[in-house]
Design a protein around this ligand. Structure first.
Ligand SMILES: Cc1cc2nc3c(=O)[nH]c(=O)nc-3n(C[C@H](O)[C@H](O)[C@H](O)COP(=O)(O)OP(=O)(O)OC[C@H]3O[C@@H](n4cnc5c(N)ncnc54)[C@H](O)[C@@H]3O)c2cc1C
Length: 495
């Protein structure tokens, strides 16, 4: 295909952002509305929320074997390493929140103890009302299988929660940032996600090309487009984080540099990844996909809001737990006011064909969550698993029938809050909010890059006019004078 089309355009420092306005596509929302809403209203709230103990500790199994191929990679730099926590250092662990699933299991509602409150009622004739609930062992075994089957239909991704090898990780000690993970191992992951586990246009004019071109998206139905755009948006977010927290200098240049190296935004890296002239015009579309997946996850939070508002957020510290509940209600209250939420009701509507497509959609995402066990860098794997689980939880909320009326269970439950039907595991809730926080942070980081690129452009033009010295900050930010020359740089697409 004609690469010249894209290469002739000279690289302007702000060209990544020129196309990042207006309609988002596949929804009625636009980029500018999300920008403002996120940066002003959501970003400060969600960042403060995920710093709370409940959201800081994520249980994950980073030792699971890759089910698809032998892991052949090693962390490129020492910053890939993960610091795990001892169980005792996790707030509330000693008080047994690990066992809360058992406490909250629906079966508890039917124990003698739970029902004993009724026995004093004079109108209640226990003999007449006797219900024989005996079920043979064989039937119980079968029913357990049905339950497992029904539950698996709801799941869009795996959950390590009960794995013996799962460990708690304090996310605040392991920030998502540049790790140096790249090359064949990283490419194999992305390629197998897009090539084997994303829907592709039926008539793909670039058979050998593993990724989907935005121009081909119109050949796909809405559901398949949504899937691709959600995954691509997550990919964008991961890559924005590595650009915004890039390792600028390994060792201290001056005495004031921190021992862990110096981290900050790398404009050149950002442009390499998103500038249209270096991505066959795809960069701005990938950026738009970030907004798209943000919209999906925000809609999931709004839909599950009534359920999430009633969650306990237990960590064993009553003051902290109450603060968390208040912060959740406050943030959800703001999310409810968003004027242009994604409308999932237009998806998967159309008989058995739609049901099959939904099942395919779920299976594809399930596979992507398993591919995360093949990531060859622990820190990337941690954040890859968390963000996939967060997105999988959002998809489950949006597309599982049982989520169409999330309030009803909680309202009908005659027992206390703890005994309502548990729809989400702790790790799913932690992943859902943290994944959304990552997307929110990426959108905020885009604003930083926009400002840096603008000031860079002004400095360049001033320098061209007056020949003045280059701003010292630019050097620190890894900005090179000739950022990209037209036609000279190889497009990255499909590398
Ligand atoms: C799950 C996971 C987590 C990772 N986490 C980190 C991390 O925390 N820190 C870190 O430094 N590195 C991380 N990486 C590596 C990082 O994402 C890149 O793979 C790596 O930096 C190499 O980049 P690249 O330029 O070769 O293109 P890649 O990002 O590897 O992309 C491969 C190809 O996909 C296409 N593409 C790129 N972006 C998009 C998009 N948004 N949508 C659709 N197609 C696209 C392009 O054609 C590109 O050539 C992670 C990788 C994976 C798979």
């Amino acid at each position: 295909y004609d690469t010249e089309l894209y290469e002739t355009k000279p690289c302007d420092s702000n060209v990544c952002f020129e196309a990042l306005h207006g309609a988002l596509g596949d929804c009625s929302c636009n980029v500018d509305t999300i920008d403002y809403f996120n940066n002003v209203k959501i970003f400060p709230r969600i960042q403060s929320l995920v710093s709370k103990d409940y959201f800081r500790f994520y249980k994950v199994n980073l030792k699971k074997e890759c089910p698809f191929w032998a892991d052949d990679s090693r962390c490129a730099i020492k910053y890939c390493h993960i610091k795990t926590c001892t169980k005792e250092s996790v707030p509330g662990y000693a008080n047994g929140y690990e066992n809360e699933h058992e406490l909250e299991a629906p079966a508890v509602k039917y124990t003698k103890e739970a029902q004993s409150g009724c026995s004093n009622d004079p109108d209640l004739d226990l003999d007449l009302g006797y219900l024989n609930t005996t079920i043979s062992a064989a039937s119980q075994y079968e029913i357990a299988k049905w339950k497992a089957h029904d539950e698996s239909l709801e799941k869009f991704c795996g959950n390590d929660d009960r794995d013996a090898e799962a460990e708690y990780v304090d996310l605040s000690l392991n920030p998502e940032r540049y790790t140096g993970y790249k090359g064949p191992s990283a490419h194999r992951i992305w390629r197998s996600i897009y090539q084997e586990n994303c829907f592709r246009p039926k008539l793909n004019p670039y058979e050998s090309f593993p990724y989907v071109l935005s121009t081909d998206l119109s050949n796909m139905c809405l559901e398949k487009r949504v899937f691709y755009r959600a995954v691509s948006g997550m990919h964008t977010s991961i890559n924005i984080h590595l650009c915004s927290k890039y390792l600028l200098s390994e060792k201290s240049v001056g005495f004031a540099a921190p021992p862990e190296g110096e981290w900050g935004p790398n404009i050149e890296e950002f442009q390499r990844r998103f500038d249209p002239s270096q991505t066959l015009g795809e960069g701005p579309n990938w950026l738009k996909n970030l907004y798209f997946v943000y919209l999906l996850e925000m809609r999931a939070l709004a839909k599950a809001g009534p359920y999430l508002e009633k969650e306990e957020y237990y960590t064993g510290n009553p003051t902290e737990d109450e603060e968390t509940r208040l912060a959740i209600r406050n943030m959800l209250g703001v999310i409810y006011t968003f004027p242009d939420h994604f409308n999932e009701s237009s998806m998967f509507s159309g008989g058995s064909q739609a049901a099959n497509l939904k099942e395919e959609f779920r299976e594809h995402f399930w596979n992507i969550s398993r591919i995360m066990d093949c990531v060859g860098c622990d820190k990337c794997k941690l954040w890859g698993k968390l963000q996939t689980q967060g997105l999988g939880t959002a998809l489950k909320i949006l597309f599982s029938a049982t989520w169409d009326n999330p309030e009803s269970d909680a309202e009908q439950s005659p027992l206390s809050l703890r005994h309502r039907v548990q729809r989400l595991q702790r790790t799913e809730i932690v992943a859902l909010f943290n994944a959304f926080a990552r997307l929110s942070n990426s959108i905020r980081e885009l604003e930083n890059f926009r400002i840096l690129l603008n000031s860079n452009k002004q400095t360049n033009s001033r320098q061209n006019t007056f020949g003045g010295p280059r701003d010292a900050v630019d050097n620190k930010m890894n900005v090179k004078k000739e950022q990209c020359t037209s036609g000279g740089s190889k497009p990255r697409l499909g590398s």
